[in-house]
Ligand binder design. Structure first.
Ligand code: OGA
Ligand code: NI
Length: 350
């Protein structure tokens, strides 16, 4: 029932049992204030940008750690500030609409491409996360796929389509820049490797009476190639860094970019996909938009030849993205929600 959705129920005074974890299972973030992540300024020279992006990717890989933390925000990114603000507004407005305007979109069926769902994310343990989510799929080039997107608020489709086109454009540009840094041919990620529908998750985290026992999203790595997060203005994202959870302070009009598991595979582990989670807060609802660029189901993904040598043996299996995705879901389903094994170990790592 759509009325189960957190944002449609009267504010909770207590956390209902199915949303509560024993507090010791949710290690708190580092006590320091939220960190402003280093910024990749896309208006700098191509070489500088290439270097900055590669540094970000290697930071938690084979190289000595420095102060730089990935994922990092990207500014001057070619998505006009107005488009980011408009997207935030229509998404916030969407979650404020009366229940009746959203009932038709509500579905628990993961096979439905465009849907609104709540709480449960990974698995069947009955534990739930403090998040409602609007999932949207967009084919490229854009066809009729957006016709199934919400018709309200009035500007939603127009704004969200423009946002998706520009954000995907930024994602593809970042992948081209990575090719230059990694000495791959410039079109390495074009075609099937990035050819799946672009998926948008409009995440909505309502205020929560006890953030110490709830999670908006459990620790996870994104499964695709690259993710661009419009984090909104309210903090909540935390990323794993040297055994701690670091709180991320969102920068106005910047995207936070992180590498998906399939980019880790293609680069044979040179670029790491980093675990992250979303926390809740007592005071303010938070809305974020994640844009995922992914391979097609039939696309074979494995380490590129360029990253393999006698000194650098293959660390990941080559398999279709569909096969990997089924494994990813199965691993998640089988594990405790707080120890979700999304680090490829059981699926693709050799
Ligand atoms: C995601 C995600 C983080 C956030 O949607 O995969 O990690 O801050 N979101 O909402
Ligand atoms: Ni994520």
């Amino acid at each position: 029932m759509a009325n189960n959705m957190l944002h449609l129920t009267p504010p909770h005074r207590e956390v209902p049992g199915c949303y509560a974890f024993p507090a010791e299972k949710i290690p708190p973030g580092t006590s320091a204030a939220a960190v402003s992540l280093p910024v990749v300024d896309m208006s700098r020279s191509r070489d500088e940008v290439c270097r900055a992006i590669l540094d970000a990717g290697k930071e938690m890989g084979f190289f000595q750690a420095s102060h730089i933390v990935e994922p990092r925000p990207v500014v001057n990114h070619g998505v006009p500030d107005r488009v980011m603000r408009d997207m935030e507004s229509v998404c916030v407005e969407f979650f404020r609409l009366p229940a009746a305007d959203k009932a038709a979109l509500y579905s628990e069926d993961p096979r439905k491409t465009n849907r609104l769902f709540c709480g449960a994310l990974y698995g069947n343990s009955g534990e739930k996360y403090w998040r409602d989510c609007l999932r949207l799929a967009c084919t490229f080039p854009v066809d009729k796929s957006t016709e199934d997107w919400p018709g309200k608020p009035k500007r939603f489709r127009e704004v969200a389509e423009r946002f998706t086109v520009l954000t995907r454009g930024l994602g593809m540009e970042l992948l081209r820049l990575l090719c230059q840094s990694l000495e791959l041919r410039p079109d390495y990620f074009e075609g099937d490797l990035s050819g799946n529908d672009v998926i948008l998750h409009v995440n909505h985290y309502p205020p929560c009476p006890d953030p110490s026992v709830t999670l908006g999203l459990p620790p996870h790595c994104d499964r695709g190639l690259i993710t661009l997060l419009h984090p909104g203005t309210v903090p909540g994202l935390e990323i794993a860094y040297k055994g701690n959870w670091i709180k991320v302070e969102p920068l106005p009009n910047a995207f936070i970019v992180n590498f998906g598991l399939q980019l880790e595979v293609v680069t044979n582990g040179l670029l790491k996909s980093i675990e992250h989670r979303a926390m809740t807060n007592v005071a303010r609802a938070r809305t974020s938009v994640a844009t995922f660029i992914m391979p097609t189901q039939a696309c074979l993904v494995g380490p590129a030849e360029e990253f393999l040598s006698e000194d650098n043996p293959r660390r990941y299996r080559t398999m279709t993205y569909g096969e990997f995705s089924r494994g990813y879901t199965a691993v998640n389903m089988g594990s405790s929600p707080l120890h979700i094994n999304t680090d490829l170990k059981n699926i693709q790592k050799i």
